[in-house]
Ligand binder design. Structure first.
Ligand code: MG
Length: 257
């Protein structure tokens, strides 16, 4: 199931994006929240009549750095033995097609296309073998980074935490095989990152075990699994699009603040 959050003519709701009776895609409204077994209200809208929002509003966003060997190498660093974890504030989240706003005091803002997973139930100390049971599904993320802020500070909160620096979407796919999915980033239609999630140094079950050993994960929390090689800068007026095979494409324009 593709779980989206949509702005519809009368408000905002979670919705399943699916084929309608005439074959055209619709957004079928989910009552309340999508966790557990979703209940449907019976209302639906043509997908063209709603606006896709960020598919979830997490209480926290846990990101993993240097989780592909080729990206660690391009940053001039070793791939770490254990996952390197950092947080983005939930105020950084935006949905598809919302502009990424370049901070006025940064001279280099990079895209980082990433596979993201969404937690489906409260959990702590989850063994890797049981990680699949705590996930709602997978989505696409862009771990937007002010590289100069990141490098100047020696830690990453400012570089990774600006408003609009966590595009998510277009929806959460609940039944996708993410163990070997193509991950591709395009800047103005030019492919700049192209890798497989099979190259993750620490895979999703290992990340869930590692993170949940530290902090309780809540429904809707998002884990960004890391970016492959090919990161680079975005400038005002460009468009960045991240696609994960089996999920979809997350596209955002880039604008000056
Ligand atoms: Mg990243």
């Amino acid at each position: 199931m593709r779980i989206a959050r949509v702005a519809h003519p009368e408000g905002v709701a979670f919705a399943a994006v699916e084929a309608g009776s005439d074959g055209a895609e619709i957004a079928a409204e989910i009552a309340e929240h999508p966790f557990g077994t979703p209940n449907f209200t019976g209302r639906s809208w043509p997908l063209a009549d709603v606006r896709l929002l960020a598919p979830i509003l997490p209480t926290k966003i846990i990101c993993i750095g240097r989780n592909y060997a080729d990206h660690a190498a391009e940053m001039g660093t070793q791939a770490p033995a254990n996952p390197v974890m950092f947080l983005k504030p939930n105020t950084a989240v935006v949905g598809p097609n919302v502009p990424i706003m370049l901070p006025a005091d940064s001279s280099r803002v990079d895209y980082e296309g990433e596979l993201a997973v969404v937690i489906g139930r409260p959990c702590k100390d989850v063994p890797a073998a049981q990680a699949a049971g705590v996930l709602l599904g997978a989505t696409v993320a862009n771990d937007v980074t002010a590289r100069d802020h990141q490098q100047a500070d020696g830690q990453w909160t400012r570089g990774k935490g600006h408003d609009t620096f966590c595009p998510l979407g277009p929806w959460i796919e609940t039944s996708v095989d993410i163990t070997d999915a193509d991950l591709r980033t395009e800047l103005d239609g030019v492919v700049v990152q192209d890798a497989s999630t099979a190259l993750l140094l620490h895979d999703v079950p290992a990340l869930v075990e590692w993170i949940s050993r530290v902090m309780t994960l809540l429904p809707g929390d998002v884990i960004l699994t890391g970016t492959p090689a090919g990161v680079g800068p975005m400038t005002e007026g460009q468009t960045v699009s991240v696609t994960v095979e089996g999920i979809g494409a997350l596209t955002n324009p880039v604008a000056a603040r």
